[in-house]
Ligand binder design. Structure first.
Ligand code: HEC
Length: 138
């Protein structure tokens, strides 16, 4: 009997989208700040969130190699991180948005590395915004 309950719970967990620890609704609100620079443009050019063009399109960013959005002109620091194998997941994005330059310095091991993203998400919410990004494209 116990086994059956466990199996049922596992099935439920698999069938409802699991977005790690973040709150998607809160993340959507936080994304309004990101929207100044980032759009979310789905396949076929469909705008899910119309935003700025200073930053790369964030559609499908989870699971995407860092600095790999075609046509976007990235800075050297994030290109280096991508070459070193950085693939975005929710945990990495949650950390990155708190302090992108510090994140790139730690990831690349290069104290001179610099991010071109002129924004730091202060006061928490990184996990929420990462969960939101996962929820719009999966
Ligand atoms: C003031 C503009 C600006 C704001 C606000 C901003 N970003 Fe960015 N973002 C950028 C730029 C520019 C880059 C490219 C960084 C580089 O080339 O070093 C970037 C890169 C990124 C990347 C890496 C994407 C890739 O293709 O590798 C992620 C993820 C990201 N931003 C998430 C966010 C999130 C989430 C927020 C809101 C919490 C946010 N950004 C707010 C400008 C911004």
């Amino acid at each position: 009997m116990k086994v059956h309950i466990l199996a049922a719970i596992t099935l439920m967990a698999l069938s409802t989208p699991v977005f790690a620890s973040g709150n998607v609704a809160k993340g959507a609100t936080i994304f309004h700040m990101c929207q100044a620079c980032h759009s979310i443009i789905g396949p076929n050019g469909k705008a899910i969130v119309r935003g700025g063009k200073i930053g790369p399109n964030l559609y499908g960013v989870i699971g995407r190699r860092a600095a790999s959005e075609p046509g976007f002109h990235y800075g050297a620091g994030i290109i280096e991180a991508g070459k070193k194998g950085l693939v975005w997941n929710q945990k990495e994005i949650a950390t990155y948005v708190k302090d992108p330059t510090k994140y790139l310095q730690q990831y690349t091991g290069d104290k001179g590395a610099h991010s071109n993203m002129p924004f730091k998400l202060q006061g928490g919410g990184g996990a929420d915004v990462a969960a939101y990004l996962a929820s719009v494209a999966h």
